[in-house]
Design a protein around this ligand. Structure first.
Ligand code: HEC
Length: 161
């Protein structure tokens, strides 16, 4: 009787161990299949809080997605990836808040862009002082991985012109 019990418990232990081993193997495989852009180092507090801001900005960008891609591809308007590397932050804010006013003021970059897009008017948007930086942070980090996020303060350092 004792040996049977011993045998059964031995079998059970082996079974549990095998299942556990297989599960961890599957998890390992799943991990390897995850694309690099989806991997955020979960233990990095800076990355975690910036990912939160990025996702909030993404939500605010819903107003823009009908006309702008998040890559460099043109749609109704220019693709917005890299826009904060080719434009100043204050210029981008002015354009979002009232592009027609900026164009009417004779701003060379705005006028050139307006003509390039066959005088398609972009409507004005009103974002709160809390929302605007989140939207800008999202746009500044399009195409970047979470561990490569740059803040708006860091933008001038990478600006080309
Ligand atoms: C109805 C279409 C439309 C919508 C919606 C729209 N845009 Fe635009 N946007 C344009 C067009 C067209 C241009 C090109 C300039 C022009 O024609 O005025 C432009 C230009 C821009 C530019 C300048 C791009 C560059 O290359 O310098 C920025 C920045 C921008 N839009 C941001 C936004 C943001 C942010 C939103 C959402 C809050 C938004 N746009 C919503 C049509 C739109």
């Amino acid at each position: 009787m004792k040996t049977i019990l011993q045998n059964i418990s031995f079998l059970l232990i082996t079974l549990v161990a095998t299942v556990a081993c297989q599960t961890s193997q599957t998890q390992q495989e799943n991990k390897e299949q995850t694309k690099p852009t989806e991997e955020a180092p979960a233990t990095n507090p800076r990355t975690d809080s910036l990912t939160k801001v990025f996702n909030e900005g993404k939500r605010l960008f819903a107003n823009c997605a009908q006309c702008h891609t998040t890559t460099r591809d043109k749609m109704v308007g220019p693709g917005l990836q890299g826009v904060l590397e080719r434009r100043r932050v204050d210029w981008v804010i002015a354009f979002i808040e009232n592009s027609q006013k900026l164009i009417a003021s004779g701003d060379k970059e705005a006028v050139a862009l307006y003509n390039e897009y066959n005088k398609t008017q972009m409507q004005s948007f009103k974002y709160s002082p809390e929302e605007m930086p989140k939207l800008l942070f999202y746009m500044a980090n399009l195409g970047r991985k979470p561990n490569e996020y740059i803040t708006l303060d860091e933008l001038p350092k990478i600006k080309k012109k």
